[in-house]
Ligand binder design. Structure first.
Ligand SMILES: [Zn+2]
Length: 383
């Protein structure tokens, strides 16, 4: 009899950080190998994700699934029909106005999903299934074997991976590879056991077959890593459903060509985001420096003016127009706050609008007051 061999996954398969090990091992006697398998798990706190540290290697995994063949039934139970109908409903509600003509299910099993999807969506359904018994059931039901297609046709508008990702040791790589089978603008529909709220007693616990334990947060990190963005998600459970009566997480995702393909955005990206908040005030400073001697004024004594005051090396303009009766007539660090109703075109050479909401209304107001457009600058157009 063959013995089981394992691989070692010390770092989080989503973000590559070192995980922290869980205290106990999950032991089970495996008949196929006539031995006890002791699975160990780690948690990545950053990803809110648990993963198996010592999954079977590829050869043992294939051997295990071959020898643990489940009995397959052609007919659906009422619970399976309800659960599967909900999956199809989720997909059809969220695929928008995309032109969906073909669907591939990976591991299509007895075809429960494809049957309902084909009936409801009226699309061509393909399967990619390793089990020979399942393949003959699927073919008998009129579904097409994706592995018997011409290579040039092997792209699909929707790829369905229900209860697959929790079995895959490196799910990011798996999702990346899936893109090669997707039509441009195509979708991937994923369902996995939902570990988002594990204290609710509605969550599948650890088992030998599951190497990954996803929460919504870890799914989002995984999508980011694999170059996808989320289209829709839902958490759902079906009492009495054979695969699991606990919560499942459904995700509809699309390939995102702009994804940086990494979980860690790097501190430069965060620096740039902060810089984005401050660059307008830098731009006003440069404008004022370039126009030394000209008369300047602000419209709006709100947050942006206060932030400018805190960041400027040049200083506030002498006059700030505002409509707030509580502010009119007061001073802000030596600048006068003046009723905006009294503004005239000859008051200033440069007027900067320091409000970012109601832009259309402000523009109309200034136009009505006869302020020339050439001297008016809007904050968000400054940088
Ligand atoms: Zn991680």
């Amino acid at each position: 009899m063959q013995t089981a061999t394992h691989q070692c996954v010390k770092n989080c398969p989503i973000c590559d950080n070192l995980g922290s090990p869980l205290r106990r091992k999950l032991k089970i006697y495996v008949r196929a190998f006539d031995g006890i398998v002791a699975s160990e798990f780690s948690v990545c706190a950053a990803c809110d994700f648990a993963f198996m540290v010592n999954p079977f290697d590829d050869e043992t995994m294939a051997d295990y699934y071959r020898k643990n063949d489940q009995i397959r039934r052609d007919e659906m139970s009422a619970e399976e029909e309800l659960h599967t109908s909900n999956q199809v409903r989720f997909l059809s509600e969220n695929m928008g106005d995309r032109n969906i003509e073909t669907m591939l299910e990976v591991g299509a099993d007895n075809g429960a999903f494809l049957k309902i999807a084909q009936k409801k969506l009226g699309i061509r359904c393909y399967f990619d299934e390793l089990n020979e018994v399942a393949c003959s059931i699927l073919s008998a039901n009129g579904f097409l074997d994706a592995n018997k297609m011409d290579a040039k046709d092997r792209r699909f508008d929707v790829i369905v991976v229900r209860h697959v990702l929790e079995h895959i040791v490196f799910p990011a790589h798996y999702l990346e590879e899936l893109k090669k089978r997707m039509s441009p603008g195509g979708l991937v529909f994923v369902e996995v056991p939902d570990c988002t709220s594990i204290d609710m007693n509605e969550t599948d616990t650890f088992c030998l077959e599951h190497v990954n334990y996803f929460s919504l947060a870890s799914m989002c990190r995984l999508m980011n890593r694999a170059g996808y963005s989320i289209v829709a998600y839902e958490s759902s459970r079906t009492e009495g459903y054979g695969t699991t009566s606990n919560r499942v997480l459904r995700i509809l995702m699309e390939a995102n060509p702009h994804s940086k393909n990494t979980c860690d955005q790097g501190s430069d990206a965060w620096d740039n985001l902060l810089n984005k908040a401050l660059k307008y005030y830098d731009a006003i400073d440069s404008l004022f420096l370039k126009n030394k001697g000209k008369r300047t004024a602000f419209y709006g004594a709100g947050t942006h003016t206060l932030m400018f005051l805190a960041n400027t090396s040049v200083g506030l303009p002498p006059v700030i127009y505002d409509k707030d009766p509580k502010k009119i007539g007061t001073e802000l660090h030596g600048s006068k706050i003046v009723d905006a109703e009294t503004i005239t075109d000859s008051d200033a050479d440069i007027l900067i609008v320091m409000v970012t909401s109601y832009k259309k209304e402000v523009r109309a107001f200034l136009e009505q007051k006869g302020i020339s457009k050439e001297k008016t600058y809007f904050l968000t157009q400054m940088a």
